[in-house]
Design a protein around this ligand. Structure first.
Ligand code: SF4
Length: 324
């Protein structure tokens, strides 16, 4: 396995108390595989990714337990200098907001070229040529001219392509893309997602795709891990989830996807809000919002039951959920 996150716990100190943002998350991604991590905001999906990348804001965030094993090494035991070397070269991240992730006072060419001068010791001229090559690779028209432009001179979709170019520059083994298309309009979203999937296949990278939108992952992911209140509530191959979810929360997310054949019908929304992470409800954390909840759900926290050899669900009534 390229990356294995094992029983990871992350807490944040807030004015309200300790927020348990990640509560025992375990997942993995292999070379050439795409794992989609899905959930509403506050589910812990981005915090888990930041802990993997080693870019968690500390304080107030604190990893209180678990392991992040990447290519056989537990990253949580490495010195910051070693982690910095791994970031960018062996694992890279694509952020949602390219405009704030890119440096506004440097041309995109300089930012791309810097990857090669710093990490590969290339001359400025060769690094500049690599920057143009990369911009071509992510299909930015007129790359030779646009390499001299600044981030604000590009559209949102083009900026996201530049972020992707920076992420793949050093051909890392793993890319984490955190809501890479959320800020884009639907057509551009599809193009950027397609590009990411194409590069992932070409370079045989592991890809962790973080999203709140189950609609965008169907064609690109191999597996899905659904997160709620800082834990994995369902983990399964993508086709199994679309065929029949084994957790009521996953079912709710699926039912919330707009569908052409449901034109005119009111769009389903999961009732209520995700819990305050300083006061996670006892029992199953989803019980206040769950249409299948029973008394036992208010007291007994469900483990991740084994539904099949490749699938798990943290619901006492996963069989019922599977039957629809
Ligand atoms: Fe709903 Fe109970 Fe299953 Fe939790 S354990 S998801 S409350 S049915």
């Amino acid at each position: 396995m390229l990356l294995e996150v094992r029983d990871l716990h992350v807490e944040f100190r807030t004015r309200d108390g300790v927020a348990k943002a990640v509560n025992g998350v375990t997942y993995g991604v292999d070379e050439g595989e795409t794992l989609a991590v899905l959930g509403e905001s506050g589910s812990g999906k981005s915090v888990t990714a930041q802990a993997v990348m080693g870019i968690l804001d500390t304080p107030p965030g604190r990893i209180t337990g678990g392991e992040v094993v990447f290519q056989g090494r537990d990253l949580l035991t490495l010195k910051e200098e070693e982690r910095r070397r791994i970031r960018g070269a062996e694992m890279a991240m694509v952020f949602q907001d390219a405009l704030s992730a890119l440096n506004p006072v440097l041309t995109v060419g300089d930012q791309l070229a810097e990857m090669f001068t710093v990490h590969r010791g290339m001359s400025r001229k060769d690094a500049r040529a690599k920057a143009v090559e990369l911009m071509d690779r992510v299909r930015i028209p007129a790359a030779r001219e646009r390499v001299r432009q600044y981030p604000h001179q590009f559209s949102g979709g083009m900026r996201q392509r530049i972020m992707i170019a920076m992420a793949i520059a050093l051909e890392p083994a793993l890319i984490i893309a955190d809501e890479p298309t959320t800020a884009l309009d639907v057509t551009v979203q599809a193009q950027v997602m397609e590009l990411l999937a194409e590069l992932q296949r070409e370079y045989r990278m592991g890809l962790i795709l973080i999203t709140h939108d189950l609609g965008v992952v169907a064609d690109v992911a191999d597996r899905i891990a659904v997160m709620y209140a800082g834990r994995i509530v369902e983990s399964a191959p993508v086709h199994d989830i679309y065929k029949a979810p084994a957790h009521p929360y996953t079912r709710g997310l699926l039912d919330s996807i707009p569908r052409l054949d449901h034109k005119g019908r009111e769009l389903y929304a999961i009732k209520g809000l995700p819990p305050n992470l300083t006061r996670i409800p006892p029992g199953c954390p989803f019980h206040p919002r769950c249409p299948l909840a029973r008394d036992v759900c208010t007291t007994d926290d469900p483990p991740l039951y084994e539904v099949s050899g490749t699938r798990g669900s943290a619901c006492h009534f996963w069989r019922e959920c599977l039957d629809g």
